[in-house]
Structure formats: C-alpha cells, structure tokens
Design a protein. Structure first.
Lengths: 421, 470
C-alpha cells in the first residue's frame, strides 16, 4: 500500500494547487466563488478521489505518479479556462470526468495488454481509417481541418488514432524485431533494410506528406511520421531507420516548401516573424509578447492580456502560462511533463514483454514529441504546428484520448508489479 | 535480445528528454533575457492597455493648476481619457499622449512616472498586486499658467516663441510656441496637424533654430570688455558702413551713420559697425572661446529635448563672416531658450542657471518622489562685467531700440534683434529682464519673419513683463 499512500499524498497536493488557482481566478474575476464553480471543482476532486480509492481498494498497484500528474495538469488547464472563458471551463470539467471514466475503463481492459497484439491489423486499420477520415471528410473548425462531424457528435479522430497506431506498431515491431534488425541489403556503400521492411515506413511517410499538403497539418504529419521512425529504431536498434526517416521527411518537406505556398509561409514566419508582425506572423508575435511580458514571475493570474492571442485556449495556452505565471510557471509545467515522460519510459523499461515495452515507450515518445512541437511552436523554437498541449488545452477528444493513454500506461506499470510479486 | 531493446529505449529517452531540457533553456532565454525587448516592443499593446485602465498622473503648474488630467471615460467602463484644460496654450510643454501617434513633451519624457509603470514594485510580478499602484504619479511643472496664457495671447496669430525664466533659479515660467495645436484633438486632427507647412508640432522654443541677429551683441560686448578689446570709456566711430578687405562692406540699416559713440551707446542703437569691428578685433579664436564660455556647445538635460545650436566653423570664417558673426548673423543658428539663458547671465550677476521644467513628482497621496533644485549651470561672466552689460541693456530700453518694452515705474533691461534670414522678412527678437535692479523674470521673444525687433518683439515682451510683475 506504499504506492497507494504516495498517490493519495500527491493527489492531495495537486488538488490544493487546482483549488487555489480556481479560488484566485474566481475572486479576482467575480469577487466571489459561485456555487457552480465551487461545485464543479468539488466534483472533480471527488472524481479523482473515487478513481484513486477504487483502484487501490480493488488491488491495482500502478505507478502512483501518473494520476496526480494528470490531476495537476488538468487543474491548471481548468484554472486557465475559467480565467479565459467560463463556458469552456464547465465543458472541460465534463470532459475531464468522461476522461477519468475512460481511464478507469482502460485500466480494467488493459490488464492483459498482450491480447491486443493479436488484433494488430484491426488496430492498425482503425488507426489508418481515423487518419484518412480527417483527410477525406475533415471539417475546418477554428483553423484546423481535423474535425469529423457524425450527427450531433464532433470529434478529432487524430487524437484517438495515435493510440491505435502505437498499438499496431508495437505489435508489428515486437513480432519482427529480429528480422527488421538483421535483414539488410547492401547498396554500394549503403546498408539499407530490405525493401519489404521499409514498405510500412514508406506508407506512413506518404500518409504524412498527404497530411502536410492536403490538411496543412505539419504537426500531425511530424507526430505520426516521427513515432513510426522512432519506434522502428527502438525495436531494431538500427540507426539507419532514423537517418532514412529524417532524409525522407526533410526531402519531402523541402519539396513541399517549394511547391506549396502555405508550407513556405509557415517556415518564413518561423525564420523571421518580425518581417510581417501584423499579418501572417501575428499569432506567433503575440505569443512572444505574452511570454516576454510575463518575465520571470509573471503578471499574476488574470493580470495578463491573453485575449490578444488568437486560439489562446487550445494551441496557445502555453503562452498564457508564460504570461501570467512567468518563467517559473512555464518551467514548472515543462518539468511536470519531463517527470511524466521519464516515468513513462521507466514503465516501458520495466514492462514484462517486448510488446508492452514498445507500447509504453511509444506513448512516451508520442507525448514527448507532442509537448516539444507545441511548446516549441508557441515559443518560436520550431515552426508552429497546430496541436494541443496534453491535458491542459481545451478539447474533449484530446482530453479523453490522453486519459486512455494514461490508463494504458497505468495498466502496463502494474502488470510489472504483479509479476514481481 | 531484451537488453538490446532496453538500451535503444534508454538512448531514445535521453535524446527526447534532452530535447525538452534544451527547450526549457530556450524558454528561459525568451522570458528572461528577451523580456525587455518584448515588453517594450512598440507593437505590444499591453502597455497601452495597462495605461488605459490606470488613471494617468496629473500634470500641474507651479500653483496647482491642472494642465493634464485623466478622467473616467463615459463610453468604456474602467477606462480613462486624457483632458487638457489649457488646450493649445501649453501644448508644446505638456505634449500629447495618443495611442496611434505616440507621445510628446512631458507626457513622453515623464511617461514612466505618469503611467506609474516605472514603480519599483512592478518588477515583483504577482507580488506587486499586494501593494498595487492604482494610479500614476503627478508631475508639478515650473510653468505659471497665467504667464503662459498671456505670452500665448501676446504672440497672437504670428509664428514664433516665448521663453520666460526665473533668473535666479532657471525655472521655466512660460514656454510658448506658435502655431500650436490642441493635444486633446490630436488624434482626430492628425493629418491636418502633421502635414501643415507651419509645423505646429514643432516646439519652436527649444527646437526652432534661428539666427540671433543683434541680440547676440550683449555677449560680444561682454567678450570685448573681458578680453580688454574695449572698456566702458572706449569710443567708436560709425560712418554707416564698414569696409572689410577688398569686396565686403558691413552696413547699418538704412545706412545711418551713428557717428562718435561709446560702447553703451553703440549697444543702445545696435550699431553694426561697432560690433562688426569688435568681432574682428576679438578674432576667430576668442570668438570661438566666447561661444564655448556661454555654453553653446554644452548640451542641456535630455528631457528639455532641445535642438543643438549651429555654430560656424571658426577657422574657416572669412573676415566678412567674422564681422557678421559679431552682429549675430553669418551661419549661426540658436534656439529661443538659449537666448533667454544668455539674457539670464546679465540678470543673474554673470551666472547662467540650468533651465528646468519639472519642479517635483508626487504620488497620488501627496508624498514627494523626486524634487528638483535650482542648479548653477555655468558662470560665463564675472559679476562686475555682467552688471556693466546689464546697465547697457537698461539703456537699450530707456533710450534705444527697445523703448517699446518700457514700463512706467519699472526698470527694464533688454536687447532687440532684427535677424536677416533666407525665408523672407527678418525675425523680430527681444531678450531682456525686469525689474533690472532686482530681476524677477528673464525673457526671450521671437516672431518669425515679424520685422523689426524693437517694433514687433519688444511690445510683446512688455505685455509679458506687466503680467509677471503686476
């Protein structure tokens, strides 16, 4: 029960952080804490407490850091949303509860991860369909053509596709890692894998290029291509895959740069946003102003001007953290992600079989890439890509998908414990 | 083979976690080292937004009259708009504060205090909310609005400038520039104001550059005395013109021959021949030294935003130009403020005070943040010689070209100037002080292309003296 106690303590701390954030915003914006907000926060506390108690009383022994990390990040996201737009706050709280249910369900379903490996082509197929559906039927909402509308439901399939793609890759690669590692063919000075093992890589590469061109979605293209290349490397240990992947992506991107003006614009903005600060580079320049105006300690919650940045509640939420909580706040958030990704890799290294290891490390790699791309994007470290900041940005699909991801990691972490006993 | 897999994952983890650490370091660069650039960037609207929700400090005259105040906006709750009760009268001193067109004058030079943005606690981030500056600080000027108003009215519709100083302290009592503009209507009228060929935005008192003409003779007179070129008992002969070299002749206005006259009489009638002669006798070096002695190459404090005076290249001056310089012509260009300061030397026993416009800066609760004390700037002349020149300046008004500045019962000292220039009629100048035996105010008046200094500028000076000494 050591882990259970740790989890409870950490949840208490994260709950206090959320509570103080919500109180601060409520009092500064409205002068008091209204019943709806107070009730919502109490409900979220109870939901986390319920999940915690349920897992620990039914004998689950997963990593005690995972749930508190999600709690503190969602708490921060809720605090910022209450400050930006209280309607979104309530919706996000609702999605959080749905996400927690998804988390519990995943923990229970994923107790024996190995059995998913058998359905790898089904999983891969679903992942591909989800990705293709946005390419074919995607609807533009708020500047992203990544939405699918089915009757009353609208969601972003690419948020869920990552789970299926990672499961497929883990199953495919864990089965074939020996072959992929050693089946090479020599082309003059080049030692390349045999064509039939490069084929899936090439397929994903083409998919990524289509995303880049048809959907103008550099973020997803990089994420999905990156995860494929890196997981192939992890399974095979052959650096050739990374080199080949980098070469393919770079050459493809350079080609797109010259062929398509929107790719060109993206890159030019990144190279020098001050050339057109009121036009194409408006968003990134406003984001930089927010970060710089925050300085070291920030302006304090509610004292910044986040509404000067378009799309602030989704892609640019990190800029609000930088402005109102300062470098202290933005660095703290980055360190929380760092801790989480570290834990995910640790779970991968201690997992019982290569499939679980590859699933967990795949999830860790995906999160690391996602955080790097969006935070690097809003800080101008990297060309801007429209993706969400996990657990913090507003969005139902993203919230639920990330809680399922959390559930998968949790389940893998406890299989190891059971085994050790 | 399992170990192999774990080693690959470990390597991948190191690279990705390292990438995120690099990103954190980069964010620290943006938020810490680039913060001043980003905070202060002209496109960053945060400063304007913050300023609009905090009442900006008042700008007050020496008697507490309001020159600029922020009042709650009727249209937008929680915001403030700037009002200028004296409108165009003090526009160039007070300046303006426009979202689109920036700031000028005191609104610009003391923006940090007025907006409250430079308060120390601002750098404490969220902790500052505990103390919280809710309003800006008030700026108290040395200006006397009643004198300012009289000077503004006295100039009428003519282009020109007036500077009035307290001779003992250097405090600027009035600073008028015409044509003017209404700072409250600046944004609405910007196109008219900024494109007008009369340049109403130019503060002629400190930025207008003019040839001084004959008013410079008081300095040449002092230089001649101190360099022992002349004494109080020296006499000069004026035949109406002075031939220099083969082909240059310096003439009197209307070719009047002033005849046999003392230095005092020469100043009173503004004899060009005498002062051209004196400049030639002083020579290039001593003339250059004199200009340096009177501070013409020494810049004033930056908040006065003066244009630097243009001095000729003394080494290259021809004899004709040297003689012209003695009567304030040649390529010399000065500002009205500098001419008021020149007159101050003779009102203040040889000492030129440092001119200042801001008396103090006070917080909303009345506590003083900054207090400015009078300061001696330079001492170009000794007291004895300064008093001798002052006596000559009294003669100018009592029995010379400056008689239009006479006031019954009050001794006025002055010097007129009628400065030739390439833009049309001569500029009319008057500089002087009153009462001559106990100076309360020192003045410089210029009317651009106004004609004769004695006829146009001296009567304006008289009106301002009357108001100041009533």
């Amino acid at each position: 029960m050591e882990a259970g106690k740790q989890e409870r303590k950490l949840l208490l701390i994260s709950g206090l952080i959320t509570g103080s954030g919500i109180l601060t915003v409520s009092f500064l914006v409205k002068g008091s804490l209204d019943h709806a907000t107070g009730g919502t926060v109490a409900g979220i506390w109870l939901a986390f407490l319920f999940v915690h108690l349920f897992l620990r009383t039914t004998g689950h022994t997963g990593d005690p850091v995972l749930l508190p990390v999600a709690s503190v990040l969602t708490g921060l996201g809720l605090t910022l949303l209450l400050r930006l737009n209280s309607d979104l706050f309530f919706l996000q709280a609702l999605w959080l509860v749905v996400g927690l249910a998804g988390f519990l369900g995943t923990v229970v379903l994923f107790q024996n991860p190995g059995r998913f490996a058998g359905y790898k082509y089904v999983l891969g197929g679903i992942g591909l369909i989800l990705l293709l559906s946005t390419i074919l039927f995607g609807v533009d909402i708020g500047g992203h053509r990544s939405w699918i509308i089915v009757g009353p439901i609208r969601f972003q399939p690419s948020e869920f596709a990552k789970l299926f793609v990672i499961l497929f890759l883990a199953a495919y690669l864990s089965e074939r890692r020996e072959v992929i590692a050693f089946a090479t063919r020599r082309y003059g000075p080049l030692v390349l894998p045999q064509p039939r093992f490069i084929a899936p890589l090439m397929a994903v590469w083409m998919l990524a290029m289509v995303m880049l061109v048809a959907q103008r979605d550099l973020g997803s293209a990089l994420l999905y291509f990156g995860i494929t290349v890196i997981m192939t490397y992890m399974a095979s240990g052959r650096f050739t895959y990374i080199a080949l992947g980098a070469f393919l992506f770079l050459s493809g991107s350079i080609l797109c740069y010259f062929l398509y003006s929107h790719v060109q614009v993206r890159v030019d903005i990144w190279l020098d946003p001050w050339k057109d600060p009121n036009g194409k580079a408006y968003q990134i320049v406003q984001s930089l102003f927010a970060l710089g105006s925050g300085g070291i300690l920030g302006t304090g919650l509610t004292y910044g001007y986040p509404k000067m940045i378009p799309e602030v509640h989704t892609d640019f939420i990190f800029a609000v953290i930088g402005e109102e909580l300062g470098f202290v706040g933005s660095a703290a958030v980055m360190l929380i992600y760092l801790l989480f990704i570290y834990r995910a890799f640790r779970i991968a290294m201690k997992a019982v079989n290569p499939f679980s290891t590859l699933v967990a490390s795949g999830l860790a790699v995906f999160l690391a890439l996602q955080v790097f791309l969006i935070v690097g994007g809003v800080t101008k470290f990297f060309p801007l890509t429209g993706i969400t900041l996990p657990w913090v940005s507003y969005g139902g699909s993203s919230m639920v998908a990330n809680f399922i991801l959390l559930g998968m990691l949790y389940a893998i972490s406890e299989v190891r414990r059971n085994h050790e006993k | 083979m399992k170990n192999d897999l774990l080693a690959n994952i470990r390597r991948t983890a190191y690279v990705l976690l390292g990438l995120l650490v690099i990103l954190i370091i980069y964010i620290s660069y943006v938020q810490i080292f680039e913060q001043d650039f980003l905070k202060g960037h002209s496109l960053n609207r945060r400063n304007i937004e913050a300023a609009a929700t905090i009442p900006r400090g008042k700008i007050l005259d020496r008697n507490g009259e309001k020159l600029a105040v922020s009042l709650p906006s009727k249209d937008e709750k929680g915001r403030f708009r700037r009002e200028y009760p004296f409108g165009s009268v003090a526009a160039h001193v007070v300046g303006y504060d426009s979202v689109q067109y920036g700031k000028a004058g005191i609104e610009s030079s003391l923006n940090g205090y007025l907006s409250g943005m430079n308060s120390l606690e601002r750098s404490f981030g969220p902790l500052a909310r505990l103390f919280g500056t809710k309003t800006g600080n008030d700026v108290v000027l040395t200006i006397d609005t009643s004198l300012q108003t009289i000077a503004y009215q006295a100039l009428g519709n003519r282009r020109g400038a007036v500077v009035a100083l307290d001779p003992r302290t250097g405090a600027i009592l009035a600073m008028v520039s015409k044509p003017s503009f209404n700072p409250a209507e600046l944004s609405a009228q910007w196109d008219n104001i900024s494109s007008s060929k009369d340049a109403p935005l130019l503060n002629r008192a400190v930025q207008g550059l003019y040839p001084p003409g004959s008013i410079l003779k008081i300095m040449v007179a002092e230089a001649a005395l101190s360099e022992r070129i002349a004494t109080a008992n020296s006499f000069f002969d004026c035949t109406g013109s002075l031939s220099i070299g083969k082909d240059y002749t310096l003439s009197e206005d209307n070719h009047t021959a002033h005849g046999h006259l003392s230095l005092k009489e020469a100043l009173a009638v503004s004899c060009n021949v005498t002062f051209g002669r004196l400049a030639l006798d002083l020579g290039r070096n001593k003339m250059e030294k004199t200009f340096e002695r009177y501070g013409f190459v020494k810049p004033l404090p930056a908040d006065l935003q003066e244009s630097a005076c243009k001095l000729p290249k003394f080494n290259n001056l021809s004899d004709g130009d040297l003689a012209q310089l003695g009567i304030g012509q040649a390529s010399l260009l000065v500002t009205p403020l500098r001419m008021a300061m020149l007159a101050d030397v003779f009102a203040n026993r040889g000492v030129m005070m440092k001119p200042f416009l801001v008396q103090k800066i006070v917080m909303a609760d009345g506590s003083v943040i900054e207090q400015y004390e009078p300061e001696k700037w330079i001492s170009p002349a000794n007291e004895n010689l300064a008093n001798q020149v002052a006596a000559m300046m009294i003669e100018v008004v009592e029995d010379g070209t400056g008689s239009a500045a006479q006031i019954r019962g009050i001794k006025v000292a002055g010097k007129t100037g009628t400065a030739e220039n390439p833009h049309g009629d001569p500029h009319a100048w008057f500089i002087g002080f009153a009462p001559a035996d106990n100076p309360q105010i020192v003045l410089a008046v210029i009317v651009e292309n106004g004609g004769s200094g004695g006829g146009v500028a001296a009567p304006i000076a008289r009106k301002i003296f009357l108001q100041a000494l009533h």
